[in-house]
Design a protein around this ligand. Structure first.
Ligand code: ATP
Ligand code: MG
Length: 150
């Protein structure tokens, strides 16, 4: 089904509003409203939810998360960039696997199962898209997904 991507992203952001406010995180949005993609709405909502959940969970108070949606040459690109704890280079590939979590001590207080990114990977693959993670420890993480625009 055709999906107004910016609108879907905004809906997910709204559902995180309370926790974002409570955690004193600043959300910055820059959304291209023209982006229409084709896919499974519920699954793509889950992708955004999982990525945003991570960005919020692994980012301390008073930091910023930026959400940018752009369209270019037939592709829509969503980047969710946080200023959180980051992911060590050696773990960057593995975090997309099921049940992999960086350093149990570090993540102990932020309950999770280690499935979020594996699910993102799987759903984006099914949509013939691209999912990439960039990160620097102590500086932050950027999750980028690209899906063909209709
Ligand atoms: P859940 O199944 O609830 O999502 P999870 O968040 O631990 O649990 P993933 O979302 O798959 O699982 O993430 C895997 C691991 O990658 C996390 O445990 C965390 O160590 C690391 N990680 C993911 N996103 C970020 C981020 N934005 N900043 C820092 N570390 C991250
Ligand atoms: Mg997660």
């Amino acid at each position: 089904e055709p999906i107004a991507f910016a609108q879907l992203i905004s809906e997910v952001i709204e559902s995180f509003e309370l926790i974002v406010t409570q955690k004193d995180i600043r959300l910055v949005q820059n959304m291209d409203e023209e982006s229409i993609i084709y896919g499974d709405r519920d699954r793509l909502e889950q992708v955004i939810r999982n990525l945003l959940d991570n960005a919020i969970r692994y980012t301390p108070a008073n930091k910023q998360i930026s959400i940018a949606l752009t369209t270019d040459h037939g592709w829509s690109e969503l980047i969710i960039a946080d200023e959180g704890i980051g992911i060590p280079e050696k773990d960057l590939k593995a975090v997309k696997e099921r049940f992999y979590r960086v350093n149990k001590a570090r993540t102990r207080n932020s309950g999770g199962t280690g499935l979020g990114l594996a699910i993102v990977s799987q759903i984006i693959n099914k949509h013939d898209g691209v999912f990439e993670l960039y990160s620097k420890v102590g500086q932050g993480t950027s999750a980028k997904i690209r899906i063909k625009t209709i």
